[in-house]
Design a protein around this ligand. Structure first.
Ligand SMILES: Nc1ncnc2c1ncn2[C@@H]1O[C@H](COP(=O)(O)OP(=O)(O)OP(=O)(O)O)[C@@H](O)[C@H]1O
Ligand SMILES: [Mg+2]
Length: 253
């Protein structure tokens, strides 16, 4: 498979402190790549370098290169707006727009990206995104209701629908099921499985069973360094680095 996301020697600082050191990683187009590692190892920072969220923290900087296809993410002439439109992100806690309806949460990105879209076409695309996120049947009769009236799991799928609505090439998921119950988590995992091949997904997770279930490739981060990256099954069954082995067998620290 062709590599869509390429990180080359990426280092990320908060002030004088390096949160990520010299990370080189490729993510194949249409594949699911899981990032695992202990708390503070730099997993979220890695995701935030891919969509340039890292740089909004005062004092934060990056070096090295990140490419998405032909785009040099950190190049001066790369538009952050365009970039973020092709990269969806879902966070640990659901972040629906609190003052908007279910419909408007999904429609907002579409309206910004395609201001001339007619009402019917907009409604069709909103429905399509909600269906892709496995939420349509649950919200079809409350599209005008508040997004905050949905359950946590539904809100998270709404955030997924909002991200998918603009047809991103890349989806970044930072512990997307951490605040969900087992059933809610399972639904998200099933959706990731269905999106495989259509969207290139990078998922941070603390749950190693989840990484094993949903990902094609797993990368293990420790203290900001990429210790090992391998096909998921290989990484969990026969890790090559003793630190990876200690982590995946739960003997860490
Ligand atoms: N806004 C910030 N300002 C300063 N340091 C930060 C900031 N955010 C993160 N860090 C530091 O950068 C390092 C990496 O943090 P990061 O959030 O990427 O870790 P993580 O692997 O996602 O951890 P967790 O599993 O707890 O979410 C940590 O040492 C953290 O303390
Ligand atoms: Mg994190």
């Amino acid at each position: 498979m062709a590599e869509l996301i390429q990180l080359r020697d990426v280092t990320a600082h908060f002030g004088s402190r390096a949160a990520l050191r010299g990370v080189t990683l490729d993510c194949a187009a249409g594949a699911v790549t899981a990032i695992i590692g202990p708390s503070g190892s730099g997993k979220s920072t890695l995701l935030r370098c891919i969509n340039r969220l890292h740089e909004i923290t005062p004092g934060a900087r990056t070096s090295g290169t990140v490419r998405i296809g032909d785009i040099d993410v950190h190049a001066q002439n790369t538009s952050v707006v365009t970039l973020r439109r092709s990269i969806g992100m879902v966070f640990q806690r659901p972040t629906p727009f609190p003052t908007m309806s279910v419909f408007d949460n999904v429609a907002s990105g579409l309206r910004a990206a395609q201001p001339r879209l007619r009402r019917n076409a907009l409604a069709e695309q909103v429905e399509r995104a909600l269906r892709r996120a496995g939420l349509w049947n649950e919200v079809v009769d409350r599209l005008d209701g508040s997004a905050l009236a949905l359950s946590g799991g539904q809100q998270q799928r709404l955030c997924l629908a909002r991200a998918l609505a603009v047809n991103p090439q890349v989806l970044l998921l930072d512990e997307p099921t951490a605040s969900l119950d087992p059933l809610g988590s399972q639904r998200i995992e099933e959706l990731l499985y269905e999106l495989r091949g259509e969207v290139t997904i990078v998922i941070v997770t603390h749950n190693m069973q989840q990484a094993a279930r949903v990902s094609d490739v797993t990368a293990f981060l420790l203290d900001g360094e990429l210790v090992e990256v391998a096909p998921t099954q290989r990484l969990f069954t026969t890790p090559r680095d003793p630190r990876t082995e200690a982590y995946v067998t739960g003997r860490f620290g």
